[in-house]
Design a protein around this ligand. Structure first.
Ligand code: WT7
Length: 667
């Protein structure tokens, strides 16, 4: 089947998933220019676009000048081995020095880098000078464990400062970190450790979540017992809960805290690997996205400056993401710290101990820039404006959104209730693969339309193409592509060159295919509509249907499974699974519940299906491909679409009659 044919069937998916967005797109007439006051103090204005258009590589050359290099580069971009890019060729730098030492050397050692707020209410104030000492101690400790340039270290931690310190310590040594989100299961952790062949794992006894201590170490113990590559496990004591112990384990407070706070950094090539971060694709096997140093840090710092209008030493910045996702990498660790930000880091959930916790934190620290996800905004909107209304949010001057399309209603609520009708909102589109923000308003220049990420940032070239790869124009839709290489772009998929070429570069030759559908509105603004592949977006988390399906069929009772992302008011999409049970299995709520739990064990709680429907057949095309579109119709309780391409059209009837045996669950 040619790419065009396949693409065509995918467009239908986009339309179905985003009906609300599209409707709004046709009727949206609200536009919000920045206030004169904001424009007057903005870091950059419209002229930045002209500058980048006039000489794109010259523009990036100047942006790289934001960083401290030990040795300058000889060439901005080497694209001769496309799709493998080299940026700032021959340049040498140390990423950790750029994020920490540099600011201390320039006299800002006393500036707070991190205001840490633990879920139970404990706090830590970490200055840049303190951060430097901590990063050096951790680097010395890792070096003593034999970690050096080119090694991999897995990090499985809650949202505590040691997560940031560990990442920077790896960067300081030229070792790549692979942060695994603390919500992932032992099995998901194991597969990531093995794939990257990590030699050290950094974890903690546990972390605080929803008012209690949640264990992390048992998952590491299980994962490591099956991963011979791991030599040592470094354990932060966070909760004080009991942990099992082996000779492999070392306590952070014993082994790291006793190290010297001095460490002489080495400088590494601009293309030195900085991290691997796993993300879901269309198969059951997550992809290890590889990022390198100079280009990545340049674009992370540039975007954090121009998109968030950040003023070092003045702003109090808060990105609510977890460090386990790329947003945490680029906009908690690398971008903000390169730009000498003072930021808030919060460990827990938004409703612990009360639903106003975030707003209490904003008031307490005087947060000026808040970067969060649409799913959180919709949850707060559901809880009611009275809750944030009890807190002083007047210091906030800019709001950001990321992770999924923000529907205009949520955008308006965010602007009015959290932003007091005065703050610009930057809806930022990017991906684990892009490394940094690609499409976003410039807050001091762009007139925003609620629901639209607006346009490619200066230096970035994004287009929308049709099935044949031709550019589409105003009011038309198609596939979002990136037509020119960018500094923070992924440098490949760890250990799988072919998959890298195939996934991103084969649909539209010469262009990066992002996997998203998009549309230009009448004014030429870009509306990102959502994934066109078999990837779901649940609360801004990327989960593949194939991954959940393979977890389900590894359960004893399950013979076959098909998973779809059904539109959900709060989480964007919700996971709905259709399963055929094995002969011996009992059709019962217990079986369904057990299968749901099994997915949590295999992948993590975030991948647990919201509903599992037991069916007798699954709708398939003659070639055996599951027709997810039809399943989505059922999952969203819509009338059925065209079923004429089904191998057995009667199957849908069977599915619907089987619905009575399906269980639903709200957690
Ligand atoms: C996918 C990437 C980027 C960090 C968080 C997610 C969706 C992301 C937006 C946005 C519409 C968005 C896309 C993209 N997405 N931001 N502002 N508007 N969609 O990173 O897990 O790599 O997921 O998230 O579908 O492809 P990720």
């Amino acid at each position: 089947m040619g790419a065009g044919v396949q693409a065509k069937s995918q467009v239908t998916t986009v339309r179905l998933v985003t009906e609300e967005t599209l409707e709004n797109l046709l009727t949206e007439t609200r536009h919000f220019p920045p206030s004169a006051e904001f424009v007057a103090q903005a870091n950059v204005g419209l002229e930045l676009y002209d500058e980048a258009i006039a000489d794109r590589l010259g523009f990036w050359d100047r942006q790289a000048g934001r960083l401290k290099w030990d040795k300058s580069w000889t060439e901005v971009l080497d694209w001769s081995d496309a799709p493998f890019a080299k940026w700032f060729v021959g340049g040498r730098l140390n990423v950790a020095v750029n994020c920490v030492d540099r600011h201390v050397d320039e006299g800002f050692g006393d500036q707070v880098a991190i205001y840490f707020e633990g879920e139970p209410g404990d706090t830590r104030e970490i200055t840049y000078a303190m951060l430097k000492d901590e990063v050096c101690r951790a680097a010395n400790a890792l070096a003593e464990l034999g970690v050096g340039k080119g090694d991999r270290v897995a990090i499985y931690l809650p949202m505590i400062p040691e997560a940031v310190i560990s990442m920077l310590a790896c960067a300081r040594l030229g070792a790549a970190h692979s942060v695994v989100f603390g919500g992932f299961s032992a099995e998901a952790l194991r597969s990531r450790i093995e794939d990257a062949q990590a030699k050290v794992v950094i974890t903690s006894d546990g972390g605080y979540r929803r008012g209690s201590a949640t264990a992390l170490k048992p998952a590491v113990d299980e994962a490591v017992s099956k991963s011979p590559c791991v030599e040592r496990v470094l354990v932060v004591r966070r909760t004080g809960q009991e942990v099992a112990w082996t000779d492999r384990d070392l306590w952070w407070h014993e082994f790291v805290d006793t190290q010297s706070p001095d460490h002489t950094p080495e400088f590494f090539d601009s293309e030195q690997q900085l991290f691997i971060l796993y993300t879901s694709g269309t198969t059951g096997q997550p992809k290890g996205i590889v990022h390198t140093s100079g280009g990545y840090l340049t674009q992370a710092a540039y975007t954090h400056d121009v998109v968030f209008d950040h003023k070092p030493g003045k702003d109090v910045y808060w990105c609510t993401a977890d460090v386990g996702w790329v947003t945490g990498h680029s906009y908690i660790v690398y971008g903000p710290l390169a730009n000498r930000a003072t930021q808030v880091m919060y460990e827990g959930t938004p409703d612990t101990p009360h639903k106003g916790r975030w707003w209490e934190i904003c008031e307490k620290y005087g947060v000026t820039i808040l970067y969060t996800a649409p799913t959180a905004i919709r949850t707060f909107a559901k809880w009611g404006h009275e809750i944030p209304g009890q807190f002083d949010l007047s210091k906030i001057r800019l709001l950001g959104s990321v992770g999924e399309p923000i529907n205009p209603a949520a955008w308006m609520w965010y602007r009015r209730v959290i932003g007091g009708d005065r703050c610009p909102i930057v809806d930022t589109w990017w991906q684990t693969e892009t490394g940094a923000i690609m499409i976003s308003p410039l807050p001091g220049a762009t007139t925003c339309t609620p629901g639209s990420a607006m346009s490619a940032l200066p230096g970035i070239v994004a287009n929308i193409v049709d099935d044949n790869g031709n550019y589409v124009h105003e009011t038309e839709g198609g596939y979002l592509v990136l037509s020119e290489p960018w500094p923070a772009m992924l440098r490949g998929i760890w250990g799988d060159e072919e998959r890298f070429r195939e996934t991103y570069w084969s649909q539209f030759p010469g262009k990066y295919f992002a996997g998203d559908g998009a549309k230009f509105d009448v004014n030429g603004a870009i509306w990102v509509l959502g994934r066109v592949d078999d990837v779901m977006n649940v609360s801004g988390h990327r989960i593949s249907t194939a991954e959940v399906e393979s977890a389900l069929v590894s359960h004893d009772a399950v013979a076959e499974a098909a998973v779809v992302g059904a539109t959900d008011e709060t989480t964007g999409q919700a996971i709905v699974a259709f399963v055929i049970l094995r002969e011996h299995a009992e059709v019962s709520d217990d079986t369904v519940e057990d299968a749901r739990k099994h997915v949590a064990t295999e992948i993590g709680a975030i991948a647990k299906p919201k509903r599992i429907l037991i069916v007798k057949e699954l709708p398939k095309t003659r070639s055996g491909k599951i027709m997810r579109r039809l399943l989505r119709d059922v999952a969203e309780n819509r009338s059925l679409g065209d079923v004429t391409t089904l191998a057995d059209p009667a199957v849908m009837g069977l599915i619907q009659t089987g619905l009575a045996s399906g269980a639903t669950d709200e957690d």
